[in-house]
Design a protein around this ligand. Structure first.
Ligand code: FE2
Ligand code: FE2
Length: 394
């Protein structure tokens, strides 16, 4: 039985149930109260307290109109889920709940052996710094959606998916922590790396600046400058940060996984990637809806500049991660794939492609990252993946 004073304490022994005979109880079924019963009770309460039932304005009590909902700056009551204006947002929520997992579901024992006995020094450098970058990034992702974005949405179906996203970002952080702890890495050193490695720090600072610009209590999105800044920050987090940096960020580990190294970590990242694909896709869809509803015209030069800055930061990071190639993966592969995916995201946003002519650099990535294909290779999984459908990685 749960201890309500200390829920983490061992369960208290159950008390024997009182016997019906000794309590004088019979075996008659429990009678549920009717509407009349409830009215009667409320009448008694009102008479006893001398209070009238609160009055309801019949006009205000009418169900809301879906057309009145807006992504931001809406005035419809946000506490009423249906009628939906954005049924696709509810579909994202239902789909997200099919990818239910925890890091403990995945067996990491082979990774411990691989890290200490099979990885080269260069491969360890890649592995550690990927984890170091990702763990800090996922905390930023959680804070962005949970603290800066959700509160500005004015339709509950959008907020509900984002609430799920906040939870998923926390699980991702747990996954990296589980890897770091299981492998036995120096936690203080790994978690501090984003402060002392300039190439990681630069990417994190770019996120911090965007987040700081929208994490203020006094933002009025009816102000066009504020609205455009919020939209640019959302596009940055959805399309650049989650849609390319994260998406690309897993691929060095998938390159190890392809060679049957660090397979447990690879599987953790497959689960995370599945979430992240939905996060990026949802965010891009919300951004497009804001553009439509608020009639925003962003300057293409500013968007191009955002992509070029992101590319420069990614290139510095890639050269730090891979000063020399490891077997099956190089800094050039990493940067090339960034450009290719960036074009995909820009196309989804109906923007010009920032890197015309960029070719796919890692043709194996989508297949390697597909959890459905890989799960048969992991015989030690303790829970079954719940989704049967294939994912569209776009
Ligand atoms: Fe995440
Ligand atoms: Fe995410």
């Amino acid at each position: 039985m749960l201890n309500w004073d200390d829920p983490l304490a061992p369960p208290a022994p159950r008390m024997p149930a009182p016997s019906l005979e000794s309590s004088g109880g019979g075996t008659e079924p429990v009678k549920m109260p009717t509407g009349q019963d409830i009215d009667k009770v409320q009448g008694v309460i009102a008479r006893a307290s001398g209070m009238q039932r609160p009055a309801i304005d019949p006009v205000a009590a009418k169900p809301i109109n879906a057309d009145d909902k807006r992504v931001v700056n809406g005035l419809a009551d946000i506490n009423q889920l249906a009628p939906f204006k954005y049924p696709w947002a509810w579909e994202y929520f239902l789909n997200a709940n099919k990818n239910h997992w925890t890091p403990l579901d995945i067996n990491m024992s082979q990774d411990v052996h691989d890290y200490h006995h099979k990885l080269t020094l260069e491969e360890r450098h890649v592995y550690e710094n990927v984890l170091s970058y990702l763990t800090t990034s996922d905390i930023l992702a959680m804070r962005n959606i949970g603290l800066a974005v959700m509160e500005k949405m004015t339709a509950p179906e959008l907020q509900i998916y984002q609430a799920r996203q906040v939870f998923e970002e926390a699980v991702h952080t747990w996954a990296y922590q589980h890897c770091i702890e299981t492998i036995g890495l120096d936690q203080g050193e790994i978690y501090n790396r984003y402060r002392v490695v300039p190439e990681i720090n630069h990417k994190i600072e770019m996120c911090n600046q965007r987040l700081a610009s929208v994490l203020r209590a006094n933002i009025d999105l009816n102000d066009r400058d504020e609205l455009e800044n919020f939209l640019m920050a959302y596009i940055f987090f959805a399309a650049v940060f989650e849609g390319t940096w994260f998406y690309n960020g897993f691929s060095p580990i998938f390159a190890l996984q392809r060679r049957s190294l660090m397979k447990g970590t690879g599987e953790q990242l497959q689960y995370i990637m599945r979430d992240e694909v939905l996060h990026a896709s949802f965010g891009i869809r919300v951004c497009k809806q804001i553009v439509l509803e608020e009639n925003v015209k962003l300057d293409p030069k500013i968007i191009q500049h955002m992509w070029e800055e992101a590319e420069a930061a990614e290139a510095q990071y890639a050269h730090f991660l891979l000063p020399e190639p490891i077997l099956g993966y190089s800094a050039e592969d990493h940067i090339g794939q960034f450009r290719f995916i960036a074009n995909r995201r820009a196309t989804n946003l109906h923007h010009e492609t920032p890197f015309p002519g960029a070719k796919i650099a890692l043709p194996w990535l989508d297949e390697q990252a597909n959890l459905k294909k890989e799960k048969n290779f992991f015989e030690t999984r303790v829970t079954e993946y719940q989704t049967g459908g294939a994912l569209n990685w776009d």
